[in-house]
Design a protein around this ligand. Structure first.
Ligand code: ZN
Length: 135
């Protein structure tokens, strides 16, 4: 029998809703091995531990992959072209998001420091850190 008092806290619906209502990124931390992940799951992807606690992710990270899209879906029509980005957050967690200011491959580079921008647009929006805030 699984103790679902903990898992009830993070249904996939709650998780998706969190992105829409909170101005922060939410993830999970394994209570057994402390792995931090941004990906919802029934158990830890590293050790299989089912007890994952909600964990506030950093809003800063670095780009590990990106691609510039010029033919977007309807929701992003006015923002095209933009970049689809994969970001490794400081302190753990990997999230996918998008950056409206990136119009060409030369506008961004792998390893670039970025920050999460809360907004009304769907998805997780990132922006480049201004010079001086980079570490
Ligand atoms: Zn684990």
């Amino acid at each position: 029998m699984v103790d679902d008092s903990a898992s009830a806290l993070h249904s996939i619906a709650d998780f998706v809703r969190g992105y829409e209502t909170d101005a922060r990124l939410r993830g999970f931390r394994c209570q057994n091995c402390s792995l931090v992940t941004a990906t919802w799951g029934l158990a830890c992807s590293r050790c299989g531990e089912p007890k994952l606690e909600e964990f506030a992710l950093s809003d800063r990270g670095r780009v590990v992959a990106f691609t510039v899209l010029s033919v977007p879906g309807e929701e992003f029509l006015n923002d095209a072209p933009y970049a689809y980005v994969v970001v490794d957050l400081d302190g753990g967690g990997r999230v996918t998001g998008w950056m409206p200011a990136v119009k060409a491959d030369s506008d961004l580079s792998i390893g670039a420091p970025v920050r999460f921008v809360p907004g009304y647009k769907p998805g997780v929006q990132f922006a480049k850190l201004p010079p001086g805030e980079e570490r």
